[in-house]
Design a binder for this molecule. Structure first.
Ligand SMILES: Cc1cc2nc3c(=O)[nH]c(=O)nc-3n(C[C@H](O)[C@H](O)[C@H](O)COP(=O)(O)O)c2cc1C
Length: 175
C-alpha cells in the first residue's frame, strides 16, 4: 500500500458500495445499519443494500415502517452503516443522515422500489399491509471511514469528509 491508496480510497469505497447494491454475492450486500434509540442507547441490525448513488452520496434499503429503526430515525436521523469484505480485509463505515421515504406518501423512490418487489416478498414489509408499511430508508453520506488490514499487521485507515462543493477531503487516521 502506498500514498496512492489514500488518493483512490474514496472512489474505491463507493465502487464497492455500488457493487454491493447490485450484486447479491458481494460482501457489501448486507451491511449493518446503526441508529440511536430514544432511550439513549444504540441499535444495530443487518439490512440488504438496494441502491447507491456516489454522485449524490446516497445509499438506500427497504424496510417495514413499523420497525424500530423508523422510529429511531424520526427522533434522530444520525446513522451509520458498516461493511466488511473479508477477502479484501477492508472495512468501510458510512455515516450520515437517514430519511424515511414511505410508499403511502408517494415518495418516488419508494413507489419505484415497491413496483419491483414481488408479492412473495411482501412479508418482509408487513405482509398484506405492505402497501401501507413499505418504506425506503435513504442515507445521505457525510463521511466515510475506511480501514484496510494487511497480513503481518500493516494497516491503513482513511477518514473522508466532503467540502461544500462535494470534493472529498481525505485524512489519515490512526489505525
Ligand atoms: C440477512 C438479513 C437481511 C435483512 N434485511 C433487512 C432489510 O433490508 N431491511 C430491514 O428493515 N430489515 C432487514 N433485516 C431485519 C433487520 O435486521 C431487523 O431484524 C429488523 O429490521 C427489525 O429491526 P429494528 O426494529 O431494529 O428496526 C434483515 C435481517 C437479516 C438477518
Amino acid at each position: 500500500m502506498s500514498e496512492d491508496w489514500f488518493g483512490k480510497v474514496e472512489g474505491d469505497a463507493w465502487r464497492l458500495i455500488v457493487r454491493g447494491a447490485r450484486d447479491v454475492m458481494s460482501p457489501f450486500h448486507q451491511p449493518a445499519f446503526a441508529t440511536r434509540r430514544a432511550d439513549g442507547g444504540g441499535a444495530v441490525r443487518t439490512i440488504v443494500l438496494r441502491g447507491a448513488d456516489p454522485r449524490e452520496r446516497t445509499l438506500w434499503f427497504y424496510t417495514d415502517a413499523e420497525t424500530g429503526k423508523v422510529a429511531d430515525i424520526a427522533a434522530d436521523p444520525a446513522s451509520e452503516l458498516v461493511f466488511y469484505d473479508a477477502l479484501r480485509q477492508l472495512q468501510v463505515r458510512a455515516r450520515g443522515r437517514a430519511e424515511v421515504l414511505r410508499l403511502v406518501d408517494g415518495a418516488p423512490l419508494a413507489v419505484q422500489a415497491f413496483s419491483a418487489v414481488s408479492e412473495r416478498a411482501w412479508s418482509d414489509y408487513g405482509g398484506e399491509d405492505a402497501r401501507t408499511r413499505f418504506a425506503v430508508v435513504r442515507v445521505s453520506v457525510a463521511a466515510l471511514d475506511v480501514l484496510q488490514l494487511r497480513r503481518g499487521g500493516q494497516r491503513r485507515r482513511a477518514g473522508v469528509t466532503y467540502g461544500p462543493d462535494g470534493v472529498p477531503v481525505v485524512v489519515r487516521l490512526p489505525a
